[in-house]
Design a binder for this molecule. Structure first.
Ligand code: GDP
Ligand code: GDP
Length: 437
């Protein structure tokens, strides 16, 4: 499971600015993709790619900013109680305040590992600012400027030093043949109906993964001789267990499930189109670089006209991920499952495919020959050679000069070219550009 870090602090100290600095995807192609949105309160920090963690901005979760009062306060408390680490954010320009004192008293009772982050230290006397907060007795105090992204490296190092190592053995992964799947989507799209349906099939042999805790239920299953592990998002099966607390944290569970899976099945309700919440889940899948299958659920009982409407809407809203296979299913009746599992296999095979250096460089040469990068302000990027840089998602490292001048549209061109040439379906692909030869 990904560790959880909660940002706590009074309004206006810069929590959401820090949240963005920590969680914004650095891949502009992914981040600015049309049709993709991001949760403003729950995100994954990948500044250290090896050790991602979930960040919760506890401010304004309930939509209002009233400090630690009312619903906001309850959400903030619940998030901090669940967290492995709390970052208390204060404003280095304004110094200590009564509200900070209140928060601090509450944090003391909570007795969680806590770091004091002194924000807005750009252009001020940092020593003086820190001296003011020393009386809080939280060690260490970390000066940052979220707006200017300074101090983040030290902050990150201090955070990681206090978090459990990612990927510890709660879900031991033994079997390379086993495909890890997560069914994700907003509430009521039919996730638990689907899982129950799959588990109820005669051909399925299922077992709980031993050693999984109450919070992380995974189910191993065999279907038609193939092995899968279903990663739970929020009490997929034992619905009686799904209480308010779990529901509240389904955003965290979703992020964690996406992280643990190899193939994410984004479930949509065919009758409701693609909502903002769907687009947010999609954003999280793309940020994580996971293989993707789109399942249009509740396909039963629709007229031909309604089906066409649903398809057209999905075409439009999901144009950016047109590389993902789309299957129409009815979790209720169990129809479309064969197509669903076939798509999962395609996506998994593409995501984990191994490439040789020669074929990757040849692909780059072919892409270049067919359409060289345009001249930008008198300069033109040169693409020299490429080699594979890993799988899940397939990554290609391109070496050359003036690569900074490569436009987003040219990067998209390369992506599409590689995708076609290597017949990659159902997986994002990434390029890493390295200046010099
Ligand atoms: P929140 O209410 O705690 O989420 O605070 P916000 O992130 O919305 O920031 C409140 C205000 O402080 C905004 O106007 C930000 O632009 C500003 N701000 C945030 N971080 C910094 C910083 O590092 N330096 C400066 N100078 N301003 C900042
Ligand atoms: P979850 O919150 O995503 O786990 O959604 P549920 O599995 O609890 O389903 C929400 C509602 O949609 C329930 O009333 C289901 O019976 C209904 N539902 C789920 N799948 C289908 C389907 O394929 N067709 C129809 N007509 N209803 C469905």
């Amino acid at each position: 499971m990904l560790p959880l870090v909660a940002l706590v602090g009074r309004p206006n100290v810069g929590k959401s600015t820090l949240f963005n600095a920590l969680t914004r995807s650095r891949d502009a192609l992914v981040h600015d993709a049309p049709g993709v949105t991001r949760d403003r309160h729950y995100g994954v920090c990948r500044l250290n790619a090896e050790r991602p963690f979930v960040v919760v901005d506890t401010g304004g979760i309930a939509g209002e900013d009233e400090g630690l009062a009312g619903a906001t306060a309850r959400q903030a408390r619940a998030a901090a109680e669940e967290a492995d680490l709390v970052l208390m954010i204060v404003d280095g320009r304004e110094g200590t305040s009564g509200l900070d004192d209140d928060i601090l008293r509450w944090l003391r009772k909570l007795a969680k590992p806590t770091l004091l982050v002194v924000n807005k230290t750009d252009g001020i006397d940092v020593r003086a600012a820190l001296a003011d907060f020393a009386r809080y007795g939280i060690d260490p105090m970390l000066p940052v400027s979220s707006a200017h992204r300074t101090g983040l490296d030290t902050l990150l190092a201090n955070v990681l030093a206090r978090l459990p190592e990612h990927g510890q053995a709660s879900l031991p992964d033994d079997d390379p043949e086993r495909i890890r799947i997560a069914f994700v989507g907003r509430p009521n799209v039919g996730k638990s109906t689907l899982v129950n349906r799959i588990l109820g099939e005669e051909r399925v042999i299922a077992s709980d993964v031993p050693g999984t805790t109450r919070d992380s239920i995974a189910i191993d299953l065999e279907r038609d001789g193939r092995k899968y592990r279903l990663i739970d998002t929020a009490g997929l099966r034992r619905r009686s267990r799904v209480e308010e607390v779990v529901e509240k944290f389904s955003a965290v569970k979703t992020l964690q499930a996406i992280e643990q899976c190899q193939v994410a099945v984004l479930m949509l309700d065919a009758s409701e189109g693609v909502t903002d919440q769907d687009a947010t889940v999609l954003g999280a899948i793309l940020d994580a670089g996971r293989a993707l299958v789109i399942a249009l659920n509740k396909w039963d009982g629709r007229s031909e006209y309604e089906r066409q409407q649903a398809e057209a809407l999905a075409d439009r809203k999901l144009a950016f991920v047109d590389w993902a296979e789309r299957v129409r299913i009815s979790a209720l009746h169990g129809s479309g499952l064969r197509e669903l599992f076939r798509a999962i296999h395609h996506a998994h095979a593409s995501a984990t495919r191994e490439f040789g250096t020669a074929e990757v460089t040849r692909a780059l040469e072919a892409a270049y020959a067919a359409n060289p990068p345009p001249v930008v302000r008198g300069h033109v990027a040169k693409l020299r050679f490429a080699h594979p840089g890993g799988s899940s998602p397939p990554t290609f490292v391109v070496h050359g000069t003036r690569l900074r001048t490569l436009s987003q549209s040219y990067q998209r061109y390369l992506e599409n070219f590689f995708r076609k040439r290597f017949k990659l379906v159902g997986t994002p692909i990434r390029f890493v550009f390295k200046e010099g030869s």
